[in-house]
Design a binder for this molecule. Structure first.
Ligand SMILES: Cc1ncc(COP(=O)(O)O)c(C=O)c1O
Length: 458
């Protein structure tokens, strides 16, 4: 990428933000509220933070969204990071349209577009994680990864980390934070604190702790395991709890623990993968090659497609375990999904968006850290590349504050900046195709929202 020249997809997507945000009235406006009433009449399971600011988005172009009342937003969340190449990306529309007019749906059968996608992904997956299969959601991919680990190790136990999230099917729940509704964690699943130094569970200092959290994790694995360990499941940078980055050496030590205990190291690269953090994979920041990854978020740029990639040497074991018929699903990797995914990966590679994410992300994080200095309600600004976030605190007690986090989310939406809150954290994820200029403009408006909320909580 030449200095000063924006990659093609960035130039296209960011061009829509010239007049954004642009508000016509209150947010949410009357049409949004009417649509919410209609939807609520017929559905259950809406998200509390959607209910908090029930904006009905009607269309999107590039890095912007337009709601039913014609308010124009800059999108720093794109459906939890699912449309990172821009709304209504014409290259992806064209690829899906072309495929749809040829072959819409077959289940698991070979076809040209599937082969092309596998070959292209195998060129970018870490190490020799070149055997790939497809699903439609992150949680299915998490289950697929765990099935591989069971088949390869003969075990069934999984260890995961506080604050990580992997989905809402049984195994994924077993490796994530549960609730009364999800029922008890299945036996064989246990979780341990991770290396979130900002709130160290062991009240230690990163400069002197020697990654004590992972020494503890290894002891906990040995104490809890009944000799049937299958996998260690981790996000290289935690997404659900707001872009938590771990200290240097953390991922390498995880690799060592997996090697010593015989577990497969499974990285959930759903959020971190495909260049989002400024390297192709989260594990690349420490040169760590796990045994299994699963990823997507924006693989289909909103079209539901996720992938699991595993080491080549597992081929024979999986064949003997008849895993072929145990993987896959009706829509997993069907031709339209493959077309969307192939177009996405081609744009990512052609425009070197990984490097764009690194450079733009550094500028954003520098600015966000200055914001953290200026505002007492910001506990920390963190993340890597374009996976970024704030964590908010009560300025009087320094305790994490969901109330403040959600108030900032609302104040930002009311100013035309779409983000996504989770507890005290606010995920700030500029698209892979957001120019630094647009991202910084959005962050400045977000700071106004922070200042507004701060004045109310002082
Ligand atoms: C890191 C991570 N893994 C897995 C999932 C689950 O993915 P899905 O909602 O597609 O099932 C999510 C969802 O947000 C996620 O952020």
């Amino acid at each position: 990428m030449k200095p000063g020249k924006l990659p093609r997809s960035v130039e296209w997507a960011s061009s829509f933000a010239g007049h954004a945000p642009r508000l016509q009235g209150r947010v949410p406006g009357p049409r949004s509220l009417a649509l919410r009433e209609r939807c609520l009449r017929g559905e259950f399971g809406s998200y509390p933070w959607v209910d908090q600011v029930p904006v009905a988005f009607e269309s999107g172009q590039g890095v912007t969204l337009t709601d039913a009342d014609d308010n124009l937003y800059i999108d720093l969340t794109h459906g939890h990071m699912g449309a990172a190449l821009g709304h209504a990306n014409p290259e992806i529309i064209e690829a899906v349209h072309r495929q749809m007019s040829r072959l819409s749906h077959v289940r698991n059968q070979p076809c040209e577009i599937r082969a092309q996608l596998q070959e292209t992904l195998a060129r970018i997956t870490p190490g020799n994680l070149n055997l790939i299969t497809f699903y439609s959601s992150g949680t299915e991919a998490a289950e697929g990864a765990m099935r591989v680990a069971r088949a390869v190790t003969g075990g069934h136990e999984f260890v995961s980390f506080y604050g990580d999230y992997h989905g809402r099917t049984t195994g994924a729940i077993g490796t994530s934070v549960g609730s009364r509704m999800t029922g008890p964690r299945p036996s064989g699943f246990f979780s341990v604190p991770n290396g979130y130094c900002h709130r160290c569970e062991f009240a230690m200092e990163p400069s002197t702790c020697g990654l004590h959290c992972l020494d503890f994790a290894e002891r906990a694995i040995r104490m809890n395991s009944h000799g049937a360990l299958a996998g260690i499941v981790a996000e290289p940078i935690t997404n659900a709890s707001g872009a938590r980055v771990f200290p240097d050496g953390y991922l390498r030590k995880l690799r060592d623990i997996a090697d010593r205990t015989g577990a497969l190291l499974i990285f959930d690269e759903h959020a971190t993968g495909l260049g989002r953090t400024g390297r192709m994979w989260g594990g690349d920041h420490e040169g760590v090659i796990p045994d299994v990854i699963y990823f997507a978020k924006y693989l289909g740029n909103g079209y539901p497609v996720t992938a699991v990639a595993i080491r080549e040497e597992y081929r024979d074991i999986l064949a003997s375990e008849r895993q072929g018929e145990r993987q896959g699903s009706t829509y997993g990797g069907q031709p339209l999904a493959c077309a969307a995914a192939l177009a996405s990966v081609q744009i990512l590679l052609r425009d070197n968006l990984t490097e764009h994410a690194r450079v733009t992300g550094e500028k954003c994080l520098t600015y966000m850290k200055e914001v953290a200095e200026r505002h007492a309600i910001v506990g920390i600004a963190q993340g890597r590349g374009l996976q970024l976030g704030y964590e908010f605190v009560d300025p009087k007690t320094q305790a994490p504050s969901s109330e403040i986090g959600h108030a900032v989310y609302q104040a930002a939406m009311e100013r035309g900046i779409a983000t996504s809150p989770v507890g005290p954290a606010l995920r700030v994820s500029p698209m892979m195709v957001t120019s630094a200029e647009v991202a910084l403009k959005a962050l400045r408006i977000l700071e106004e929202a922070i200042a507004d909320v701060e004045s109310r909580f002082a």
